[in-house]
Write a protein that binds this ligand. Structure first.
Ligand code: PMP
Length: 431
């Protein structure tokens, strides 16, 4: 298959030979690592992307989960073009940022205040800073295997990668996911925890699923111990429900981190949440009234008008309730069809899906719940996938040769993924 891949994607191979002299590993994002070389995409539309060799591929990356409405949704494209003609950076407060934040507030009642950032990483960085400033406590609890971006506080884990500041690693307490007793032990024994941060849809967008009961337990425990709860909704926001995981589970977090769909496929992010916490960012009319210092946060491209335009167009669609429902329904069908293929072919493994994402766990042991959804029997060891890395690569390579571009072992659906694409994907897996 590797030889076939090299022949079929010759144009990508040529670009990679140039890229390898420019970028470490030839890459601009770690998640795009792919041996012997990644594909180079040229354009995209709806549920498809086209590579430089002219192949049309069903796209399950969907802008790393940012494109709930598919590539090039007319309303989004029009909004961006209109704003492009008016200016890309106005060096001023602008009307679109107001409309944009009003939409966030309407969809997420927890968003009493909003602050736009330039990425999801910046959003979790700022949320953690706000939590420390609000509580006067230094530490953040995160769950092993949950991804919150690449800054030093988010990248801490049982085995932190090189270069992480000691203060970053020490300020972060990593506990196992889906283990309320372990979390309770930490919160009972320590007085220095500012907040607990969680990917409410599961670690690495559900690679390691998080049970609904656990998310509720995290809310109960944080309330009981007076610790803030940060929902990292960079993936789940506007996807699990128009109001994100907080609506899906009926839980009110103190702070919410947003990105991806928020900006309709353009760069950006936001922290939203309790007014009394976010107002630590506010200038004080009367500094004597409140001795606390203002929390620092800047960013040349905060709330940039192009992202605002794309974000507004996207959130207006999301507000109808249709996109999240359609994408989730299509994902359900896809998961069912893919599981049928594995079963019929007697391949060990299963496909797990929630909301509008899915993960193909080849070689892993699963069990079905009463609703028919497959779950991993054992969670993956910290920092590892359920399936060995080589198997994930082989699957991706084989699927690319069949015209499907998986994001790692699965991906995100959009409203542009219809029956035809789902059927073609099932056939590709079968092949
Ligand atoms: N949090 C979660 C849950 C994410 O999935 C991501 C990105 N995949 C981030 C934070 C970081 O966002 P960004 O890539 O925009 O920095």
């Amino acid at each position: 298959l590797e030889a076939q891949y090299e022949r079929r994607f010759a144009g990508s191979a040529r670009l990679y030979r140039r890229a390898i002299r420019l970028f470490p590993s030839g890459l601009t994002h770690d998640a795009r690592y792919f041996a012997p070389f990644p594909i180079y995409a040229e354009r995209a539309s709806g549920a498809y992307k086209w590579d430089v060799d002219g192949h049309r591929l069903i796209d399950y990356w969907m802008g790393h989960g940012a494109l709930l409405l598919g590539h090039g949704h007319p309303a989004v494209a029009q909004a961006v073009q209109t704003q492009l003609a008016r200016g890309t950076h106005l060096g001023a407060s602008h009307p679109l940022e107001v409309t944009w934040a009003e939409l966030v507030q309407r969809l997420m009642p927890a968003a009493q205040r909003v602050r736009f950032t330039n990425s999801g990483t910046e959003a979790t960085h700022l949320a953690m800073r706000l939590a420390r400033a609000f509580t006067g406590r230094p530490r953040i609890v995160k769950f092993e295997g949950h991804f919150h971006g690449w800054h030093d506080y988010a990248a801490a884990s049982a085995e932190p990668p090189p270069g992480i500041a000691r203060e970053g690693a020490e300020a972060t307490i990593v506990v196992p996911p889906n283990d309320p007793v372990a979390l309770a032990r930490v919160l009972e024994s320590r007085q220095d925890v500012a907040a607990v941060i969680i990917e409410p849809g599961g670690g690495i967008w559900g690679e390691v699923p998080t049970t609904e009961a656990f998310v509720h337990a995290v809310r109960d425990l944080t309330l009981r111990h007076g610790v803030l709860l940060i929902f990292d909704e960079v993936v789940t926001g506007f996807r699990m429900a128009p109001g994100g995981a907080q609506e899906y589970y009926g839980i009110r977090p103190d702070l919410v981190c947003l990105g991806k769909i928020l900006c309709g496929g353009l760069p950006g992010g936001a922290v939203a949440g309790r007014a009394d916490v976010l107002d630590l960012l506010a200038f004080r009319d009367d500094p004597a009234r409140d001795a606390r210092e203002k929390v620092a946060h800047l960013g040349t491209f905060n709330a940039n008008p192009l992202s605002a335009a794309a974000g507004i167009a996207t959130l207006q669609e999301v507000a109808t309730g249709r996109p999240t429902a359609i994408a989730a329904e299509r994902a359900d069908t896809l998961v069912r069809r893919l599981n049928e293929v594995l079963e019929r072919r007697r391949v060990k493994g299963f496909v797990y899906g929630l909301s509008s994402w899915f993960h193909i766990h080849l070689g892993a042991e699963g069990r079905q719940d009463p609703q028919g959804r497959w779950w991993p029997v054992r969670p993956a060891p910290p920092g590892e996938d359920l399936a060995p890395h080589g198997l994930v690569q082989s699957l991706r390579r084989a699927m690319l040769l069949e015209g499907v571009d998986l994001m790692r072992n699965g991906g995100f659906l959009s409203t542009a993924h219809a029956d035809q694409e789902i059927e073609a994907t099932a056939q590709a897996l079968d092949a």
